[in-house]
Design a binder for this molecule. Sequence first.
Ligand SMILES: Nc1ncnc2c1ncn2[C@@H]1O[C@H](COP(=O)(O)OP(=O)(O)OP(=O)(O)O)[C@@H](O)[C@H]1O
Ligand SMILES: [Mg+2]
Length: 301
Amino acid sequence: MEIVGPREWYAALDVLEKEKGIAILLGATDTGKSTLAKFLIFNLCKRGLKVALVDADIGQSFLGPPTTIGLSLFKSDPYWEILLSPPEIFFVGSTTPEGHFQIHLKGVKRMVDKTALLEAEAILVDTTGFILGEAGEELKRKKIDLVSPQFIIALQKSGEIESILNLYQSNPIYKIIRLPLSDHVQTRSMEERRSYRTSQFQDYFKYSIIQELAIGHIQIEGEVLDPNGETLPLDWALKINSLLIGLKDSNDETLALGLIKNYFEEKNILRVSTPFREIERVKTIQLSSLRQILVYEDEGS
Ligand SMILES: Nc1ncnc2c1ncn2[C@@H]1O[C@H](COP(=O)(O)OP(=O)(O)OP(=O)(O)O)[C@@H](O)[C@H]1O
Ligand SMILES: [Mg+2]
């Protein structure tokens, strides 16, 4: 369905079409960042540009499952149908950047750098709504400094991210485009967000099979925290049923996600459920503290 936006969104489209480059989309939660990204993708493709989306919205992912930063190239065919390349993913291991700044920023940088290989003309970086307060500002500032976008596109209700924009206002490297929210923007409840995440994970793991990993030959990264924030010993962590892990190759590229099924300690074998078929390519496992992601849990449970 074609997305309709306020008049100012079309003006931004004209600027991006003409000048091209990297645009980071900033705004608080539920301001319409992801919808604006889709609006720009659709219309820029229609105008013949190759557009890449780096989806750093790790909680409400559009490309790839939650907990990952996704990257796809969009372009239109001669009949104006939009073609999308299968998303590449980078596992962050969390559905929120809080407590995971470093790895989140590493993933965003990695994916933006990859867009050069795809020969994308316009590169959109969608972000989480985690922007307010000191930590939110710090993350967005670091992201902007790392990515060096030509455009900072800000969606604001009433100037709530001006404190970040002011830092870049007088720097000629950045063009700030301030856009109003669409009248159609809707607030989503925590339940809706959780349920979206669960269905995205269910979809991702739909065609999973059980694979065996000989973990004597595999590097293990990251840690598993208990609900009190204490690090669990590795042999305990590997026994957690349905623990979410990232499967990576020798170049630190995320191949896929997996869910731990069993750990046979004596044989050093980890059984993992994953949609990924080329298990011999896995050289590193990245742990997370998330489990039971395929089961929807309401607030009370
Ligand atoms: N121009 C629009 N037309 C129709 N619906 C819109 C428009 N903009 C936003 N919405 C609706 O508002 C809701 C929130 O929009 P969206 O998911 O784009 O916000 P967001 O800022 O990306 O949120 P988050 O902070 O969770 O990432 C969605 O249900 C979306 O469909
Ligand atoms: Mg979003």
